[in-house]
Design a protein around this ligand. Sequence first.
Ligand SMILES: C[S@@+](CC[C@H](N)C(=O)[O-])C[C@H]1O[C@@H](n2cnc3c(N)ncnc32)[C@H](O)[C@@H]1O
Length: 192
Amino acid sequence: MTLPERREMPTVYEPAEDSRLLAETAAEAVAADERVLEVGVGSGYVAATVREATGAAVVGCDINPDACAAARESGVGVVRADLTTPFAAGSADVVLCNPPYLPTPPEREWDDPLEYALSGGDDGRRVVRPFLDDVGRVLRPDGRAYLLVSSLTGLDAVRELATAAGLEAHERAEESFPFERLVVLELTPSSA
Ligand SMILES: C[S@@+](CC[C@H](N)C(=O)[O-])C[C@H]1O[C@@H](n2cnc3c(N)ncnc32)[C@H](O)[C@@H]1O
């Protein structure tokens, strides 16, 4: 699966290796009759790839209005939202998320939309934490989420947060780079 040509989207996250790993993993894991929500949809690359590969109904959300507009251009239905807050309980079979996951020193806390797309706060888990807290509510009881994180985010800490939120976490895919390992965690409600 190849990444798209670079586009001039200065305020929207450009699809990168993390996007590709999540898209490939989800394209293999999603069935045509499933309802999929991508949280932090960005350019729409992951959502559009999964929809095209599987035929599933995919909607996205993002906190950045420019990302919402870009994803709509790629044909994805999008809601501007903070994580999963507006979505009904049990409304998704599958939730996808490639969140901001890079630890950011406090003195470098970023405030423009593109930088906000990357900054995971001082521990890298600023967005991962509330995502894990609410994603189980949005999932159907037999649903699952695919969360992209990095070794820089603290994989053990992410697993602990998932357990505390009532989710089981299993590594579904990974790719190693010189300075980090990208991992897709499959999250399922513990009672499923
Ligand atoms: C690393 S980018 C990933 C974009 C796209 N999913 C991809 O894989 O190429 C993270 C995205 O999450 C969005 N985001 C950050 N915080 C968010 C929040 N609280 N609610 C919704 N989206 C958020 C950012 O605007 C950005 O588009």
